[in-house]
Design a protein around this ligand. Structure first.
Ligand code: UT7
Length: 310
């Protein structure tokens, strides 16, 4: 038995902030944002809703889809850079709210690559038999660390959460290979002081290189070629970065998730939101080969190749 994803769910706050709304708040334009980033709108959580609330809504759906009860979960991993507070962790808050009384719980800090780090970590516990069911969540309320006067960053980000339940799956299915990496020397290019500070051009160059390379690396490790890929789910940071990765894999447009148009960059939540949405839209079927790849502040990166199905 391998370790695979057996349930997915996501939550996006109702309030939509469009590019036209941003035009009224700062010196920017719909045209600039669309052509430079691919983003058309993003969701913003209300004041009273924090990261743990969105994590909870997404987790409930993933548990229902997996058909397991919260008491069956052995471990909760929440990837986030916007926890409700430094501690207790969002994972512990989630453990209480779900009633996951048998689960250990911790948050993972690997910025936008956090969900990839979570999935890979979870897969190790399942592979070695220590745990059976693990809840992995990516959840962010980035709106609370955005400087709404800085057009370089304010137009890029949004709020939301995505969750998966991982567990044992049939031989040949589940996670086939992975790659995780970090380069602390690049930490200065993307970090939080009070707000998000970013050297966009440096992050862009790094991301274009890393997304393509990591995707090809996990395919090679899994003994697969570009032709075997049925669907690519890249971290939704910038459509131009995503397009570069798609072209390295020589995939047609319809084989890549582009939820960035409606959600912007939701950091650790972007990959699980995309996965859940694409699954619900019927784009992901049993035995499909899926590549997920992310990068983020740290700098960090991670990728997996996965064969879908239980
Ligand atoms: O999850 C990981 C997080 N971060 C990323 O993935 C970010 C990676 N980087 C990027 O996505 C891109 O670098 C950005 C979208 C941030 C910027 O795009 P760019 O094509 O690299 O633009 P640029 O930084 O080279 O700026 C071009 C111009 C500048 O004006 P000048 O100096 O040429 O006069 C900026 O001031 O665009 C200006 N600009 C804007 N104009 C209108 C920057 N932001 C905006 C804006 N509206 N919101």
């Amino acid at each position: 038995m391998g370790a695979g994803i057996i349930g997915v769910g996501y939550y996006a706050p109702e309030k939509v902030l469009t590019n036209a709304d941003l035009e009224k708040m700062m010196d920017t334009s719909d045209e600039w944002i669309r052509t430079r980033t691919g983003i058309e709108e993003r969701r913003i959580a209300p004041d009273e809703m924090d990261t743990s609330d969105m994590a909870y809504f997404a987790a409930e759906k993933a548990l229902a889809h997996a058909g397991i009860s919260a008491k069956d979960i052995d471990l909760i991993l929440v990837a986030t850079v916007t926890p409700d507070r430094p501690f207790p962790s969002v994972a512990c808050m989630l453990q209480e709210r779900l009633g996951a009384v048998n689960a250990a719980a911790l948050d993972i800090s690997a910025a936008c690559a956090g969900f990839m780090y979570g999935v890979v970590t979870a897969s190790q516990f399942i592979d070695n038999g220590a745990y059976k069911y693990i809840l992995v969540v990516g959840a962010e309320k980035l709106s609370k660390i955005i400087d709404w006067t800085d057009r370089n960053t304010a137009v890029l980000f949004g709020d939301g959460a995505g969750a998966v339940v991982m567990g044992p799956v049939s031989p040949g299915r589940g996670i086939l290979s992975f790659e995780l990496g970090a380069d602390g020397t690049g930490g200065k290019h993307l970090y939080q002081d009070e707000y998000i500070i970013m050297n966009g051009r440096e992050v862009f160059k790094f991301a274009v290189r890393q997304m393509g390379e990591s995707s090809l690396n996990v395919l090679e490790k899994a003994g697969l070629s570009k032709n075997d890929v049925d669907f690519l789910i890249p971290h939704q940071a910038n459509i131009r970065i995503m397009e570069a990765a798609r072209q390295r894999l020589e995939l047609p447009e319809e084989k890549m998730s582009t939820t960035i148009r409606r959600y912007g960059n939701t950091s650790a939540a972007s990959i699980p939101i995309s996965l859940a949405e694409e699954f619900e839209a019927g784009k992901i079927k049993d035995d499909d080969v899926i590549v997920m790849v992310g990068f983020g502040g740290g700098l960090t990166w991670g990728a997996i190749a996965l064969r879908w199905g239980r």
